[in-house]
Design a binder for this molecule. Structure first.
Ligand SMILES: Cc1cc2nc3c(=O)[nH]c(=O)nc-3n(C[C@H](O)[C@H](O)[C@H](O)COP(=O)(O)OP(=O)(O)OC[C@H]3O[C@@H](n4cnc5c(N)ncnc54)[C@H](O)[C@@H]3O)c2cc1C
Ligand code: SF4
Length: 443
């Protein structure tokens, strides 16, 4: 029995009673922006595609992109899955966005019809730092609420990890461009090649009249392994590799590539010092990034790609489809082994010595991998790419800014308001919550 409606018929979430939502609409609850997936699926079933698009787009300025690459936590909790198969919510989103979304080249006036009516413009300026899904979604919502927004982006292109991390074969660049253009068409100003900490400071933004600042610079610093040999030529980190590939630069890889991936989920758990259930949105992004690295290396001409993963095959928190595609591309995934030593010759990488995992957690549930002596073997490599996760670069923060951050290297925020400990500064996305999935950054 449905006791109390919480969602209005304009598809805007007015007030949410979390328990009620979880009980009655598990998919809307699981979606970080609470998309009314059940409603748009029903509208599609009735052939009311235009309305279905409005429902999918209303809470999500990246609906078209999500139709392609969302990790779809909504499907994991779909009640239908208890009977047979969960409803293909993401595929249906793609179906409807291809007809009515930016990829159908609907004009901006039509898009405005889909969006909430604009309030009277306010004469207040907000600076958003970082043009990934978190920063651009914030800019979108502020523009709709009548604020004047400038987005400052360090790179030469906007889109964040959607553009710099996710490879083109999974997400067409044109789709990213169109979805971002729709946001900019709301009057959002975008300044490229402007990095906080390098080209300007928080104080500069305040001095230039910005009344609030939203930080959304993501997590772009690769975690490195504490292993003998990591300073050798031929060692790359995943973020640098993906950035170079996705910006069209040449990377010398050689023929034999080893990708060290996975394990970073366990690393995150270790930081909290308590073994806990890993939320799907955190877990999915880590192994996805490592698989993207391996598959990009194949496309970059590597003849042999080996992936070294601490977790056993059944423990790897990756989409089955992604793993299957990796196998089809002849990427060899070695599960339940860990790196012991990088083998070098004349200062260059020659291989990776690995050994078998005995256990990943100790009796207290802390991440503490143990290996089996005597199981060592060497995987030959011209290049080793370390893809064990990313953290944020917080070097722009000065003590006088008064911005608190956690031991995990994320900025501490109030989960509801995204306010940091500095009065006029807010933060969101991977910078505030660690690497997750795109729709979590939109939320
Ligand atoms: C390889 C890879 C594959 C992924 N695949 C998927 C997937 O299939 N599905 C999914 O849902 N999620 C996926 N993700 C996760 C998703 O891309 C991220 O969670 C999401 O992009 C985070 O959004 P964000 O806006 O917080 O940060 P980002 O997208 O990282 O954006 C941050 C932006 O800030 C800019 N910036 C950084 N420093 C500065 C500075 N000092 N000044 C100004 N600008 C700065 C960056 O250049 C960037 O444009 C993947 C991530 C990676 C790395
Ligand atoms: S955005 Fe992702 S999680 Fe939300 S309804 Fe769509 S597919 Fe599901």
């Amino acid at each position: 029995m449905v006791e109390k409606p919480v969602i209005s018929n304009q598809s805007q979430t007015t007030s949410i009673n979390p328990e009620w939502l979880e009980r009655n609409f598990p998919c809307a609850w699981a979606c970080p922006v609470h998309t009314e997936a059940g409603r748009y699926v029903n509208l599609i079933a009735q052939g009311r595609y235009d309305e279905a698009y409005r429902v999918a787009r209303a809470p999500n300025p990246f609906a078209s992109i999500c139709g392609r690459i969302c990790a779809a936590p909504c499907e994991d909790v779909c009640r239908r899955g208890k009977l047979d198969q969960p409803i293909a919510i993401r595929a249906l989103k793609r179906f409807v966005t291809e007809r009515f979304g930016v990829e159908a080249l609907i004009d901006v006036i039509k898009l405005r019809e889909v969006l909430r009516p604009r309030l009277k413009p306010k004469d207040k300026w907000v600076a958003v730092v970082g043009a990934g899904p978190a920063g651009l979604s914030c800019a979108h919502d502020l523009a709709l609420a009548g604020y004047r927004v400038t987005v400052f982006e360090a790179q030469e292109v906007p889109g964040g990890m959607l553009r710099l991390g996710v490879p083109e074969y999974r997400l067409p660049r044109e789709l990213i461009r169109l979805e971002i253009n729709a946001i900019l068409s709301l009057g959002v100003e975008l300044k490229l090649r402007k990095a906080l900490g390098r080209d300007f400071s928080l104080d500069d933004l305040r001095n230039n009249g910005y009344e609030a600042i939203f930080l959304a610079i993501g997590a772009h610093k690769s975690r490195m392994l504490n292993l003998e040999g990591t300073e050798a030529d031929g060692i790359l980190n995943a973020v640098d590799f993906l950035l170079n590939v996705n910006l069209g630069y040449k990377v010398q890889l050689g023929e034999k590539i080893v990708v060290i991936g996975g394990g970073n989920v366990a690393f995150d758990v270790a930081r909290t010092a308590v073994r806990q259930e890993i939320p799907a949105d955190v877990a999915a992004s880590d192994i996805t990034a490592a698989l993207d690295v391996a598959r990009s290396a194949v496309r970059f001409g590597a003849k042999k790609v080996d992936m070294v993963v601490l977790e056993a095959a059944g423990q790897m928190l990756a989409d089955e489809e992604e793993i299957e595609q990796a196998h089809e591309e002849r990427i060899t995934i070695h599960n339940a082994i860990g790196p012991k030593r990088i083998i070098t010759q004349n200062g260059r990488v020659a291989g990776l010595e690995v050994w078998q995992v005995a256990s990943l957690f100790d009796a207290q549930g802390r991440f503490n991998p143990q290996f089996i002596p005597g199981t060592e073997r060497v995987i030959e490599a011209d290049t080793i790419i370390i893809a064990i996760g990313q953290t944020a670069d917080l070097s722009f923060i000065q003590p006088h800014h008064g911005i608190d951050f956690s031991p995990r290297g994320t900025i501490t925020v109030n989960n509801a308001s995204l306010a940091t400990s500095a009065e006029d500064v807010f933060a969101g996305g991977d910078l505030a919550f660690g690497p997750r999935i795109a729709i979590a950054a939109v939320a």
